[in-house]
Design a protein. Structure first.
Lengths: 304, 304
């Protein structure tokens, strides 16, 4: 009998559980990460993102290590070790009047920097110039700086999607994720639509997102919550993620995002208002959607 | 007769005019520069300083090139070439949660950076570690970056006085000023009081400040204007300068200056309120004090 029971147990273990089951949910559960990007870029972003964490409006976020406001969020994270924060690998500096370089010196990453010594403004310029070996060095340096500041980052993603710009960069992204035992953002829906050449290089054993949702840039303020709600109502079983970009619509954020309404100051205030709303909580409850974190995933994910 | 008149003229030229005379004022004129430090460090500082320039509350200012908000003030300066802006040579990064490195790479200026890759927090740490050759490189790089952004800097001064930390650094400061044809801040009153070892290395031909005034850190808000006014009322003939530190007391500035009331957010709002006040204009008029700029000085000053 003992022997038989043992063999049953082996059989169950051998049958790979899906992510929902590994996290203690039923197989067909709808899982959702509500994720705030760009934390660390400005004080306004830090303050709104911390507030959204406290109000349980977001379950996760990721930080931009090369920015001047990184030490503020790193200090907060060190004092709140349960917070789910990953590294928003930052290889571009997109704003007009507010700039940053890399963590590494210009001698080490010359191909990542423009003539002024800042990271390039666009992914196009980045991918045209960046040498993969220098990208790899800089990504590691950003993770290492976060760890040196006492953080325990839970995942890797990529600011403006720069690491999705080529299969070679996408491989580096996955390789470094494995080495640091951090799952990386792999949004299958977006890859199929926008970067199908990456599909063949998604490595076995990676956690993948069924649907990643980010508001389109043409959205009007009055359509904000409705558009998010429509996405949430259609969520299917498996792992889903909503990317939000939070800040208070104040002087600082207006100046950072000058001449750039997409992902700008009003945009970020709209996102903040949405994530802290009772409406969002009601929609999630109605849809029987489980909010999870990258830390949950990290715990059950084994880098191979 | 012609010959005699000519010889008189030679005699007058040979008799060195003082700065006031060179600027078209009478010999015993009281000259004052009202100078905003730290421009470029934060958007709040940029916005308040630009407003104070527009309201003619300050006559001059200087910028911190390594900071993320430098491009904002550089763009403004490029479009307002008459603005009097110098380089606030920045060799420290003093705030708790908001940091910057140098303009040069960590490979070029290792002695100026702490373990985290940022400039040191204090002048003490800076002067204990800094190699003069690296200081010289970084000072030049800061000036060169400002020029590369289309600025025409009018003078050099030193954030937190780090270039007053030793005779060797003070010599570098003067040497680079001469090379770029920029007068440098040499406050005779403060040198006598706080760094008498520098007196012997003030080079002939330098423009010197008779009285440089900066509010003491113990000042109460209600004593603000009164304290400045007392200084102004006692101004004597020659070149004087008041250092102010402007910002709006808003969320950004409060976060920059967290746990640091001296030169903090309220402090800077108090300074802003003072410089734009009618009271200041009245006190200056009553004292027959001429507001001048470093650009005025630069025009008549010949580096030797």
């Amino acid at each position: 009998m003992i022997c038989w029971a043992f063999s049953i147990s082996i059989q169950i273990d051998a049958q790979e559980k899906n992510l929902a089951e590994k996290l203690g949910h039923s197989k067909d559960s709808k899982l959702l990460i509500i994720h705030a990007d760009d934390i660390g870029v400005a004080h306004s972003v830090n303050a709104a993102s911390i507030s959204a964490f406290q109000k349980k409006g977001i379950s996760s976020g990721s930080i931009m290590v090369p920015c001047s406001w990184f030490p503020e969020i790193a200090a907060y994270a060190k004092n709140h070790p349960d917070l789910d924060l990953g590294i928003h690998v930052t290889l571009t500096s997109e704003w007009k009047n507010y700039k940053w370089g890399g963590v590494l010196s210009s001698k080490e990453i010359p191909s990542l920097l423009n003539k002024q010594g800042f990271l390039y403004e666009s992914v196009e310029e980045f991918s045209k110039n960046a040498k993969p070996a220098e990208v790899e060095l800089e990504v590691r340096a950003q993770i290492d700086r976060a760890i040196a500041f006492g953080m325990k980052p839970t995942h890797l993603d990529s600011h403006m999607g720069s690491l999705f710009a080529s299969p070679e960069l996408f491989k580096i992204f996955q390789k470094i994720g494995k080495e640091y035992n951090m799952p990386v953002l792999i949004p299958i829906n977006m890859i199929k639509q926008m970067a199908p050449q990456l599909e063949a290089v998604v490595e076995p054993g990676q956690v993948t997102i069924v649907q990643l949702f980010s508001l389109s840039t043409s959205i009007a303020s009055e359509k904000w919550n409705e558009t998010y709600n429509q996405f949430i109502e259609k969520i299917t079983p498996g792992l889903n993620e909503i990317l939000v970009h939070l800040a208070y619509d104040n002087e600082e954020m207006q100046a950072v995002a000058i001449d750039h309404p997409d992902f700008g100051s009003t945009w970020r205030q709209n996102d903040y208002n949405f994530v802290i709303s009772d409406e969002l909580k009601a929609v999630l409850k109605k849809g029987n959607i489980h909010l999870i974190t990258w830390r949950d995933i990290q715990k059950v994910w084994k880098a191979k």
